[in-house]
Ligand binder design. Structure first.
Ligand code: C5P
Length: 232
């Protein structure tokens, strides 16, 4: 079984499968997990995930496909993915509702843990109003509580939501947090960023960090530097 002690999942957003496997080989021995998402799976398919697992059999894997469909369809996708790859985490959109999340949780094979996506960080209050929803802060909290009530293990959230959700959802609820930048690093297209120690101190369970590691001259050294700032 793939152990789950890593605080950091590296976002493997790369156009080359060879590069992805090289990153895995460099980073997993340091204790990092790997996150693959829609770009990776659409480019390389399930065979791509398989190759990555072969390159790094002990990697804790977060397959970030954000399922959103009717309960039966999502449950089938979750069942297949969790039983085949046995990733540490997969996720569904919490806005898919109670029946969908409950069906997904029932279908999710141990030891895979199921996370909910609350509100995409690309959405602001105005964008949510356009689709008939509440403001971001209350929608995030409402969906995180619903996800917990449906038995999900946690949510993906922005760094600025960690404190509120840690209080609202309890100490064991998994908070998986992207939008993390080491002090002094380029923000890239992330708008509201937090440093690794700030986010861990606020109560994050895991950090998702991509470009500050994958685009560094020495990704392993960049990862080591980050881990040093959050080890205590
Ligand atoms: O390179 P960077 O550290 O910005 O990568 C962050 C990763 O987390 C990317 O794979 C991105 O798609 C993902 N993500 C995010 N914000 C969210 C959800 C996922 O940045 N709200």
């Amino acid at each position: 079984m793939k152990t789950l002690t890593t605080p950091v999942f590296c976002a493997i957003d790369t156009a080359s499968l060879e590069h992805a496997c090289a990153l895995a080989e460099a980073l997993v021995p340091l204790g990092l997990g790997l996150k693959v998402g829609m770009e990776f799976v659409n480019a390389f398919g399930p065979q791509g995930i398989e190759k990555l697992c072969e390159a790094s059999p002990d990697a804790p894997l977060f397959i970030d496909l954000k399922f959103h469909d009717i309960p039966n369809t999502v449950a089938a996708a979750v069942r297949t993915l969790s039983s085949y790859f046995k990733p540490a985490y997969i996720n569904v959109h919490a806005s898919g509702g109670r029946a969908m999340m409950e069906a997904a949780k029932t279908a999710c094979a141990a030891p895979t843990r199921l996370l909910g996506v609350t509100v995409l960080t690309s959405m602001d209050d105005a964008a949510l109003r356009d689709v008939g929803q509440h403001d971001v802060a209350s929608q995030v909290e409402r969906l995180a509580l619903l996800a917990g009530d449906c038995g999900l293990d946690g949510v993906v959230c922005s760094a600025h939501e960690i404190k509120t959700l840690r209080t609202a959802c309890g100490k064991d609820f998994v908070l998986m947090v992207p939008g993390i930048r080491p002090a002094g690093a380029a923000a890239d297209d992330q708008v509201r960023v937090m440093t690794p120690p700030q986010a861990m101190k606020a109560g994050a369970t895991h950090l998702v960090i991509g470009r500050p590691i994958t685009q560094a001259d020495d990704p392993a050294q960049a990862a080591r530097d980050i881990l040093k700032t959050i080890s205590n």
